[in-house]
Design a binder for this molecule. Structure first.
Ligand code: NDP
Ligand code: GDR
Length: 356
């Protein structure tokens, strides 16, 4: 019987970590995940796949760790001897990075270096393949679309600047030490598991709460930002495919279509049977229920960023050609799925609390 492949996922408790852990378990991997110590429960997204380690034959193991602690990363890599490391852990919120720039650099930039060094210190350069969660935020101010692997970078936030370092240190370790280390330059990808403060999930949760009479209004920032939104479940498959190639390389994963925040909001409300009519300009713009005239959307300038990324639109043709990867879900279908799931979730929460 051949030995099962072993993967280590940093950020296993996040959106992508949860989908990736599921994918790798389905493929017969032993999966190790790093989770942070938290004062409250933070494994909700992987609860359904985590078995009690005392039960016979567990396949998913969790280790306490942090990207800011090199000793702990070295120890976990030493203990687990992974064939593949997926480095997904990050302070991943762009706006929050303006408030916590040093921490973001520590976790997202130096954290990546720490993980690469753990591989080297342990002499695993030839055994362990490495995936880095790079991002379309690297393009930042570049309006030359579609953005591909050869488009120059121009980061527009402390988050993007930290991820720029991580991108290049991965390229450098690949070239300097012959490591199988790849960057996935992933455009925005969402799902019902998306963090609640990212704009898509914020919108779909608000639509569900407004529909169920639990919220009056949705406050948003820049409605005109354009994003290339795909489905996280499909993107984690692309991560895995990158590590199955004979040679490491860098790949864009994207849908090749772009949508405004405004349009995503319209689609989300439409899924709940509400047509939005917009009135006003800039910070005074408001969204009304076209049927009842009730105001449902307002602008809150607190959500404007000091420097914004106006337009992201990716060209996934290299990943399609080399990896055979393809996206299936577009932004419209994504909005519909996320609203349906949030409605289900909230109805369940309310019924458990004895409310309608
Ligand atoms: P999430 O924010 O949902 O998950 C981030 C994960 O990192 C969580 O498990 C979080 O733990 C963990 N984490 C944060 N800080 C640390 C730290 N200091 N030490 C250890 N773990 C930490 O992000 P996504 O799943 O959406 O994204 C995964 C990765 O891909 C991130 O690196 C992100 O920057 C990148 N990316 C995401 C894109 C997207 O559209 N989703 C697009 C391109 C790149 P906890 O649960 O405790 O908070
Ligand atoms: P982004 O995602 O910054 O692209 O980073 P986010 O959903 O936070 O913002 C997308 C766009 O929507 C605008 N926006 C708002 N954003 C939030 N969060 N809240 C609001 O109320 C709001 N109103 C308008 C933003 O200004 C922005 O233009 C995500 C993260 O997952 C990163 O980790 C990842 O690298 C990139 O996607 C690709």
């Amino acid at each position: 019987m051949s030995k099962k492949p072993v993967a280590l996922i940093t950020g296993v408790t996040g959106q992508d970590g949860a989908y990736l852990a599921q994918l790798l378990l389905d493929k017969g991997y032993i999966v190790h995940g790093i989770k942070r110590r938290s004062s409250s429960f933070n494994t909700g997204r992987i609860e359904h796949i985590y078995e009690d380690p005392h039960e016979p034959d567990p396949q998913l193991f969790l280790h306490y760790g942090d990207m800011t602690d090199a000793t702990n990363l070295v120890r976990i890599v030493q203990q687990t001897q992974p064939d593949e490391i997926y480095n997904l852990a990050a302070q991943s919120h762009v706006q929050v990075s303006f408030e916590t720039p040093e921490y973001t650099a520590n976790a997202d930039a130096i954290g990546t270096l720490r993980m690469l060094e753990a591989i080297r210190i342990l002499g695993l350069e030839k055994k362990t393949r490495f995936y880095q969660a790079s991002t379309s935020e690297l393009y930042g101010k570049v309006q030359d679309v579609p953005q591909s692997e050869t488009t120059p970078f121009y980061p527009r936030s402390p988050y993007a600047a930290a991820k720029l370092y991580a991108y290049w240190i991965v390229v450098n370790y690949r070239e300097a030490y012959g490591m199988h280390a790849s960057n996935g330059i992933l455009f925005n990808h969402e799902s019902p598991l998306r963090g609640e403060t990212f704009v898509t999930r914020k919108i779909t949760r608000a639509v569900a709460a407004i529909t169920l009479g639990q919220q009056d209004q949705l406050f948003l920032g820049n409605l005109d930002a354009k994003r290339d939104w795909g489905h996280a479940r499909e993107y984690v498959r692309g991560m895995w495919l990158m590590l199955q190639q004979a040679e490491a390389d860098d790949y864009v994963l994207a849908t090749g279509e772009t949508t405004t925040v405004r349009q995503f909001a319209e689609w989300s409300f439409a899924e709940a049977g509400i047509t939005i009519r917009w009135e006003g300009q800039g910070v005074d713009e408001k969204g009304f229920d076209a049927a009842t005239g009730r105001q449902l959307v307002s602008i809150d300038p607190r959500y404007f960023r000091p420097t914004e990324v106006d337009l992201l639109l990716g060209d996934p043709s290299k990943a399609e050609r080399v990896l055979g990867w393809r996206h299936e879900t577009g932004a419209h279908e994504l909005a519909r799925e996320m609203v349906r799931e949030d409605l289900k979730l909230m109805r369940k929460e309310f019924s458990e609390k004895g409310r309608p």
